[in-house]
Design a protein around this ligand. Structure first.
Ligand code: ATP
Ligand code: MG
Length: 252
């Protein structure tokens, strides 16, 4: 899948050096709407650096980024979000004392005559949360009192509310228990089913195999393989991550 339609995101030959460390050595990859792309790789492979570049937090030394066919040379976090690229960071930056609706409408509050339209925001929050199957029984409960998975749900709903088309998750289930992880994975799958492009970074290969359509393996600042999830298996991916089978599979 994905190969026939135009990519939402096209990354070409991105390089980035930090001092003596060549974090990215010419990375190219595409992300498509309606598809979950998993980026895997060992510690230090360059995954987070790539994501930070895509979200405008870090500037690449060279290479090109196209979003919806438009080239962005000096991406900033603001420009990335305007272009529809939204990243869910580990630190979710939710207002803990604020309820679901207030978090969703942060910066885009509905007002009339200088007053917050609280009821309308709560109703809209309810609709959005329900449409994403996020389990939050009461949208008036402060975010700080919700579980990790529910909080992640609010962070995602906010990106959707703000018009994101590509949602990027860096280790979304790292600190979560089974139920929480499952809820977040289900949400990610649902988003791709609704047509969003999704990129997920994860060290958890069972999770990767559960939800991804394609897997991009990075090692030492390079993409060494891109595969359809259905056409590979966990052993093969582990070998690629560790480098055990480089010679056979890169071969070009
Ligand atoms: N701001 C920085 N200054 C110096 N070196 C950096 C900086 N950011 C990343 N690096 C280096 O670049 C390399 C890639 O780091 P990156 O965080 O992208 O790896 P990663 O694949 O996300 O690893 P992990 O799985 O551990 O999160 C590492 O060697 C790291 O030390
Ligand atoms: Mg990282």
């Amino acid at each position: 899948m994905g190969d026939e339609k135009a990519p939402f995101l096209e990354v070409e030959n991105i390089k980035k050096v930090f001092g003596h460390v060549q974090a990215l050595r010419g990375v190219s990859m595409n992300a498509y709407e309606g598809e979950v792309l998993a980026i895997v790789g060992d510690n230090g492979a360059g995954k987070s650096t790539l994501i930070k570049i895509l979200s405008g937090v870090v500037h690449p030394d060279s290479g090109s980024i196209r979003i919806s066919g438009k080239e962005y040379r000096d991406l900033t976090p603001k420009k990335a979000i305007e272009a529809g690229v939204s990243t869910v960071y580990q630190d979710l930056a939710l207002g803990n004392t604020m309820d679901t609706a207030s978090n969703l409408f942060l910066g885009t509050e509905l007002t009339k005559g200088g007053f917050l339209k609280k009821k309308q925001m709560q109703e809209e929050a309810r609709r959005l949360i329900d449409s994403l199957d996020i389990q939050i029984p009461d949208v008036t409960v402060p975010a700080g009192d919700l579980s990790g998975g529910q909080r992640q749900g609010i962070a995602v709903a906010r990106l959707v509310h703000n018009g994101g088309r590509l949602l990027i998750f860096d280790e979304p289930t790292a600190a979560m228990g089974l139920n929480e992880s499952n809820a977040v994975l289900k949400l990610i799958k649902k988003l791709s089913g609704q047509g969003y492009a999704v990129i997920i970074i994860s060290h958890n290969l069972p999770h990767v195999f559960l939800i991804s359509d394609r897997i991009c393996v990075m090692r030492q600042g390079q993409v060494i393989q891109e595969l359809k999830t259905q056409e590979t298996n966990m052993d093969e991916i582990v070998s690629m991550i560790t480098g055990a089978v480089t010679a056979d599979i890169t071969g070009d």
